[in-house]
Write a protein of this length. Structure first.
Lengths: 326, 267
C-alpha cells in the first residue's frame, strides 16, 4: 500500500468579490457576489514509502492546497485521500503523530524565545520521551550545525538558522511522512545547500516519504527523481525528472568555446538557433535529434573551435515551456 | 489512550504553553509592567468609585455597600479567570490571518484548547489571590453570613459562569475562522461583561432579559452573588446549570462546523 494515495481530489474555495471604493463597500453590505475558485481539480497520484517527490507548479497552481489537504488542514471538496492508511481530514491523533509539515513562508517557533522552548512544546504535544527527544535534538543539531543557536531568541536568528530550527521542530517526533512547502525560500545559496543535504540524508537514512514543493529548480534537480507538475489545479506531468526533460526539452544546448574572437553570429546560424554570441563563446539551441550531426559539422568546419559542450536545457526553461503549453 | 493519560498530557502541554507565554512576557518587561499597572489602576479606581458612591447613599437597587462590592468582585473574579485561561483568543485572529493556525490543526492536540490557552496571562493569575481574599473578606461583612450551602452554590455558579464565558470565547473563535475580519465579537463580549459590575436590578427589565437570555452575562456574573444573598430561586439555579451546558454544547457544534469551513491563508 502506498504511503500517500490521492484519487480524484478536488478542492474549491468560495470567496466574495469586493468592489473597490467606499460605494463598493456599502454595496457589499447589501449584496455580495460569491465566486468559486477551483484550486485543485480531479488530481490523482500515489507515493510509495521512502520516495522523495518534487511538486512543481507556478504560484496558485494548487501545490500548497494539495499539501494542506494531505495534512488534514483542509477538507477536500471531493475525492479520496489517504496517507499512511488514514483519512487526513479526520485529524486522528494516530495520523497526526506520523507526519510533519514545514512551510517556508510561515513559522511555528515562538518569536521571543529560544527555539529549544518550542522544541519542548512539540515534545509534549507529540508525547516524545525525554530520551528520544534528547537523541533527536543532538542528532539534528549536529547535522544542521545549529547547536549554538538553540538558546538564542528566534527573532535574533538569521533566516537560514530559523529555517533549520523549523525543520528540527517538525522532525522532533520522527515522522514517517514529511510535507515541505518551499523550505528554502529566501535563503542564501549556502543555507539552501545545507538544508537540501539534510533533507537528502534524512530521507535516505530514515526512509521518510517526502513531498517537496519549491520554486528553486536546484532543490528539485538535486533531491527528486520524480516530479509531479501541477498547473491551474490539474496534474500535467507525473514521472521521472529525467523523462520530463527528454519529453519536453526538444532541444539541447551546444556551448562552443573559440580560440579567437573572429566568429560572427552569421557564421553559426546554419548550425542552429543562436542563443548567445560572445567573442570567445557562443551558445546554440539545436533539436535533440540533430545535435550530434551539428557538433560534428562545427568541429569539421573552419571555425576556430577550442572546446564544445553539449548540455540539456535548464530545468527552469523546461518548466517554462510546460507552463506555456499548459 | 485512557482519560487520565489524556488529562496528564494536556496538563503538561498547558504547563509548557504557560511557560512559553510567561517567558514572552518577561522578555517584554516594560510592556508587562505597564499592563499590570493598568490592571491595578482600573481595579482600584472602580472599587474606590463604589465606596465613594456609598458615601451618598445607603443602598443601590436594594443592595448594601458590601453586597454591591461583592457583585463587583465576582465580576472581577470571572473576568480575571477568563483572561488568565482563555487569553489566546486575542491572538487568534492574527494566527488565522498569518496561516499559523494551519500548524495547530496539523498537530495531535485539540486546536480549541491550544488556541485559547496558548497565552496564559500570569499577570491575571497573580491578581486572583487578592480578589479571592477580598471576596472572603466581603462575604464576612454581609448582613447575613453565608453558610456552606451558599458558598458551594457560589462556587458552582461561578463554574457555570466560566462555562458560559468559555462558550462565548468558542463562538468568537468560530466566527473568526468563518469571517476573518470579525475580531470585534470578542470586544463586544468584553463590553457586555461590564454589565456585570453592578447588580442586575440597576438595569431595566428589558436590559436584564437581554443580558440573561441572549448574552448570558448576568447568569455568569450576577447569579453566584444572588445565590449567596438568598435572592436566587432554586429554579433559576437549575436554569443556570442547564443553560451553561446547553450554551457550551451549541458553541462546540458551531466550532466543529467552522473547522470544516476553514480555508486557510494563502502562501
Amino acid at each position: 500500500m502506498p504511503d500517500i494515495d490521492v484519487r480524484h481530489l478536488s478542492r474549491n474555495y468560495e470567496y466574495y468579490r469586493k468592489r473597490p471604493g467606499l460605494w463598493g463597500s456599502l454595496q457589499g453590505l447589501l449584496h455580495r457576489e460569491k465566486l468559486v475558485a477551483e484550486a485543485v481539480t480531479d488530481i490523482s497520484f500515489s507515493i510509495e514509502k521512502g520516495e522523495l517527490v518534487g511538486f512543481l507548479g507556478p504560484n496558485g497552481a494548487g501545490k500548497t492546497t494539495t499539501l494542506k489537504v494531505l495534512s488534514g488542514i483542509l477538507y477536500p471538496t471531493s475525492g479520496d485521500v489517504r496517507v499512511l492508511g488514514h483519512v487526513p481530514f479526520k485529524r486522528q491523533r494516530e495520523y497526526q503523530k506520523q507526519f510533519a509539515l514545514v512551510m517556508g513562508q510561515k513559522n511555528q517557533l515562538w518569536w521571543d524565545l529560544p527555539a529549544r522552548e518550542s522544541f519542548l512544546l512539540n515534545k509534549e504535544i507529540y508525547e516524545v520521551s525525554d530520551q528520544d527527544f534528547g537523541r533527536s535534538l543532538d542528532e539534528f543539531s549536529e547535522l544542521l550545525g545549529i547547536g549554538e543557536v538553540l538558546d538564542i531568541p528566534v527573532r535574533k536568528l538569521s533566516l537560514g538558522q530559523r529555517m533549520k530550527c523549523e525543520l528540527v521542530t517538525a522532525l522532533i517526533h520522527r515522522p514517517k511522512v514529511l510535507f515541505l512547502d518551499e523550505p528554502t525560500i529566501g535563503l542564501d545559496v549556502v543555507a539552501q545547500k545545507s538544508i537540501r543535504d539534510f533533507i537528502r540524508q534524512y530521507n535516505e537514512e530514515k526512509k521518510t516519504t517526502v513531498i517537496l514543493t519549491s520554486h528553486y529548480m536546484e532543490d528539485i534537480s538535486r533531491l527528486c527523481r520524480r516530479v509531479i507538475i501541477i498547473d491551474l489545479g490539474k496534474i500535467i506531468y507525473d514521472g521521472p525528472l529525467d523523462d520530463l526533460i527528454r519529453q519536453y526539452a526538444r532541444h539541447k544546448l551546444l556551448t562552443i568555446f573559440f580560440s579567437n574572437g573572429s566568429v560572427r553570429q552569421e557564421d553559426l546560424g546554419r548550425y542552429g538557433e543562436v542563443v548567445s554570441c560572445e567573442a570567445d563563446r557562443s551558445v546554440l539551441r539545436i533539436p535533440r535529434d540533430r545535435v550530434k550531426a551539428a557538433a560534428s559539422a562545427i568541429l569539421s568546419s573552419p571555425l576556430p573551435v577550442d572546446d564544445i559542450l553539449i548540455n540539456e536545457m535548464e530545468i527552469d526553461d523546461v518548466i517554462r515551456i510546460i507552463f506555456h503549453k499548459g | 489512550m485512557s482519560i487520565m493519560n489524556v488529562i496528564r498530557k494536556y496538563i503538561r502541554i498547558w504547563k509548557q504553553l504557560s511557560s512559553l507565554a510567561i517567558g514572552s512576557y518577561w522578555s517584554n518587561r516594560i510592556d508587562s509592567a505597564a499592563y499590570l499597572a493598568g490592571k491595578v489602576f482600573r481595579f482600584g479606581f472602580f472599587l474606590l468609585m463604589i465606596i465613594s458612591l456609598f458615601s451618598f447613599t445607603d443602598e443601590l437597587a436594594g443592595y448594601s455597600k458590601y453586597e454591591v462590592v461583592l457583585f463587583f468582585l465576582t465580576f472581577n473574579l470571572i473576568d480575571v479567570l477568563s483572561q488568565a485561561l482563555f487569553r489566546g483568543i486575542y491572538a487568534f485572529r492574527g494566527d488565522i490571518q498569518r496561516g499559523n493556525f494551519d500548524f495547530v490543526l496539523s498537530k495531535p492536540v485539540n486546536p480549541l484548547f491550544y488556541s485559547l490557552s496558548r497565552l496564559t496571562d500570569i499577570l491575571d493569575i497573580l491578581f486572583l489571590a487578592p480578589i479571592i481574599l477580598l471576596i472572603i473578606y466581603v462575604m464576612g461583612k454581609l448582613p447575613s453570613l453565608p453558610g456552606p450551602t451558599q458558598v458551594l452554590l457560589y462556587v458552582a455558579l461561578v463554574l457555570a459562569g466560566m462555562v458560559i464565558i468559555l462558550g462565548i470565547h468558542i463562538l468568537s473563535a468560530s466566527i473568526t475562522i468563518w469571517k476573518i475580519e470579525s475580531e470585534n465579537f470578542i470586544w463586544l463580549y468584553r463590553e457586555a461583561m461590564t454589565i456585570g459590575r453592578f447588580p442586575p436590578e440597576v438595569y431595566s427589565p428589558t436590559i436584564r432579559a437581554l443580558f440573561t437570555f441572549i448574552v448570558p452575562v448576568i447568569i455568569a456574573v450576577a447569579f453566584p452573588v444572588k445565590a449567596v444573598l438568598h435572592t436566587l430561586d432554586w429554579r433559576w439555579i437549575l436554569f443556570a446549570m442547564v443553560y451553561a451546558a446547553g450554551f457550551l454544547g451549541f458553541s462546540l457544534l458551531v466550532w466543529k462546523a467552522s473547522l470544516k469551513a476553514y480555508s486557510s491563508a494563502s502562501s
